[in-house]
Design a protein around this ligand. Structure first.
Ligand SMILES: NC(=O)c1ccc[n+]([C@@H]2O[C@H](COP(=O)([O-])OP(=O)(O)OC[C@H]3O[C@@H](n4cnc5c(N)ncnc54)[C@H](OP(=O)(O)O)[C@@H]3O)[C@@H](O)[C@H]2O)c1
Length: 328
């Protein structure tokens, strides 16, 4: 494994991380079983992956529980990045909530599900317009002083909000939607994004010595070349609510994937490894938190760490993407 280090985090973080949304359970993500998830996490730890990105809302607590089981006995080898701010009711309706009392409850529940007494990185999952960021940050600083969280991170936040947050406490990481085909995306699952990843967030993290965690680095599987139809997902799979994968919009991304697949074939590298390495070569990107449903997928993704992307391949990708007509 290769590792990267940023000023604001003491630990070195593996360039390939592990995204836990896909281990939410079969009701949320096609092809998932807890047994496979646990085996995959064990393989990840064995291969030197230390960053695991999860959230309470993934499977309504289930992903944190599965991760907790899988890392039992290996706590010192893993850097847990979980989140707060998306809560659900008895009917599993999700709302944004960054109120202090809600966060204090959320952290206790996460610690219990994860089977640990501290979280390495605690990220605000999405902004909550009903609560001032300063009030939320004061609560996080309190949790930090109590030793329940080591570092604070923001996910899906604008630079303006991040700067406000930094006046109250130290922000060590930013997380946002980023992959080869979504460089400055304006929406995610129909939710408008208040930040432009490549134009604003990447220079911001570099300037401030923060980590950057790109989410959906494989475009939820599209950039592995295995999705060829917008109707590949069952209606319960969370990806069926991503309009970029489930409506006619799919076609415009898929056309580019066809060309990228040809390039991958010519180089003899799986497309997913190319998508991962396109990010690893960027100093601003710290850990590529790709999901993997089973050991075979993880092993293929781990192969990305075995080689480095030369400029010639990078330039070919840039040409294909620039000529794709996608609004980058
Ligand atoms: N902060 C946020 O708001 C936010 C939002 C989204 C995600 N995230 C984080 O980012 C992580 C990653 O993003 P993501 O889960 O959206 O998707 P992703 O990492 O872009 O794609 C993961 C999916 O790609 C497929 N895949 C992976 N490796 C493969 C391989 N070698 N061959 C074939 N298929 C492969 C698998 O799906 P199939 O096999 O089922 O096709 C896998 O579940 C999440 O797990 C989560 O931790 C955060």
């Amino acid at each position: 494994m290769k590792y990267k280090k940023v000023e604001r985090i003491e630990d070195e973080l593996s360039v390939l991380g592990y995204g836990c949304w896909g281990i939410s359970g079969p009701a949320f993500w096609d092809g998932t079983t807890d047994g496979d998830s646990i085996k995959t996490i064990h393989k990840a730890i064995e291969a030197g992956i230390n960053l695991f990105d999860v959230a309470p809302v993934y499977g309504f607590g289930h992903a944190e529980e599965v991760l907790g089981k899988a890392i039992s006995g290996s706590r010192s080898k893993v850097f847990i990045a979980t989140k707060c701010g998306l809560i659900w009711d008895k009917q599993n309706r999700i709302t944004n909530c960054l109120r202090p009392e809600s966060i204090r409850r959320e952290i206790e529940e996460s610690l219990q599900r994860l089977g640990t007494d501290y979280v390495d990185l605690y990220q605000l999952h999405w902004p909550d317009p009903a609560v001032e960021i300063e009030e939320t940050m004061e609560t996080l600083v309190e949790l930090q002083k109590a030793g329940k969280i080591r570092y604070i991170g923001l996910s899906n936040f604008s630079i303006v909000e991040a700067e406000r947050a930094m006046k109250i406490g130290e922000i060590s990481s930013m997380q946002g939607l980023y992959n080869m085909l979504e460089r400055n995306p304006e929406s995610y699952h129909n939710i408008p994004l208040e930040y432009r990843t490549e134009r604003e967030v990447l220079p911001f993290v570099v300037k401030n010595g923060m980590a950057f965690l790109p989410y959906s680095p494989l475009f939820q599987g599209l950039l592995t070349g295995t999705i060829s139809n917008s109707k590949d997902f069952s209606s319960s799979d969370v990806r069926s609510s991503n309009p970029k994968l489930s409506t006619p919009e799919f076609r415009k991304y898929y056309e580019v994937v066809i060309n990228l697949r040809k390039l991958a074939h010519r180089t003899g590298k799986p497309l997913g490894q190319i998508a991962i390495n396109w990010m690893v070569r960027d100093n601003a990107v710290t850990s590529v938190i790709a999901g993997a449903q089973n050991v075979a997928q993880l092993e293929e993704n781990l192969g990305a760490v075995e080689w480095t992307m030369e400029d010639a391949l990078y330039n070919e990708i840039e040409e294909i993407v620039a000529n794709s007509g996608l609004d980058l």
